[in-house]
Design a protein around this ligand. Sequence first.
Ligand code: ZN
Length: 427
Amino acid sequence: MHESLRVNGSRLERRLEELARIGALESGGVCRLAFSPADKAGRNYVEGRMRSLGLEVRIDAIGNLMGIRPGREPGPVAVCGSHTDTVGTGGRYDGATGVLAGLEVMETLNEAGITTQRPLAVISFVNEEGARFMPDMMGSLFVRGDLGIGQARAVIGIDGTSVGSNLDDDTFPGSDDFHGFSFGSYLELHIEQGPVLESEGIQIGVVEGVQGIRWIELNLEGAAAHAGATPIEMRRDAGYVAGAIAQYARRLSLEIDAQRATVGFLSLYPNLVNVVAEQARLTVDLRNPDSARLGEAERRLHDFVEQTAALERVRVRSEKRVDVAPVVFDARIVGIVEAKARVLGVSSRRMISGAGHDAQIMAGLCPAAMIFVPSSGGISHNVREYTSAADIECGANVLLHTLLELGASNSGTDHAKFMQFNGLTSF
Ligand SMILES: [Zn+2]
């Protein structure tokens, strides 16, 4: 059914251009920091599009915006979406692609006169980026019930204002708590923000999950000494231990499947040419899509640090700064995305997201998955971010056909019951 249906790619390209004019930077990028006037104007634009498509618009207390397209019967909704806020010097594709492609899918279905069995919806989450107000993914955390409205409103941003005061200045937020709304599934089309698809000449990334992250901060304390007069075996060289750890991070990346380990920050004291370093401070960023392997990497790192530091008689203080578990997306939806790409005759590969997305939060509420399209040069969070109209059209067609299947078959989670069951409330 509807196999020949396709989105209108040039119309979608035009909508992306329209949205990119809101908060446009002279350099070609966009600045729609969360809850700013430009962000509000962007959300108003999306709301206007939703209304003109005849969608039922619902807005919650933090400003998450949902447009619902009824099905033949009520019930679990096949939701797609993303975000329209950006970092301070962002591109026009991060987030906007998923929201506007979702609306293009609705417009395509309207034109074809198709009513799905179950309702479909497009959601635009507020403050995905977290560039002005932390945490990132604030809107989806609110929907999932991890963040209450009081907590969210109290957050102070980089400019000293609170989320609450910005919401009060803004007539935008509603009071809807999505009561009675049942999330059947959540699917997010997004630019890859990395170089893999483009470098392999593949059009669609079938995203199986999001890798877990651990940040370890290490403070090493040895003894300052003369670089010429102190024999090697008598040194307590914190710089040497730090360098060995950076080497070991690369070894972990090569020896543990799918592991990435990076020493991105390193400072020495006193940091002078002819003095053995007394102190070293460094961070190790560990990422893996598998939590057991991520745990293994961390254990091996700590063993190595302990042994190497002990041999050099250097004291170690270690602190874990970030610990985010990996997310595995729903196998059924991942399989549907892959099958639809095949039917549409476009190349695809399975992959793991290196960046965080609302979909990883939603995966705790309902079955979720993501579709990636290539990022030119792997560049994102940058005004030079670019994805071709043809690639976006291709992603939107995979989104269309995956949603059609989900809209025919979802069984879902009643949002109010989910919140009750978890003892959570957003309000
Ligand atoms: Zn994004």
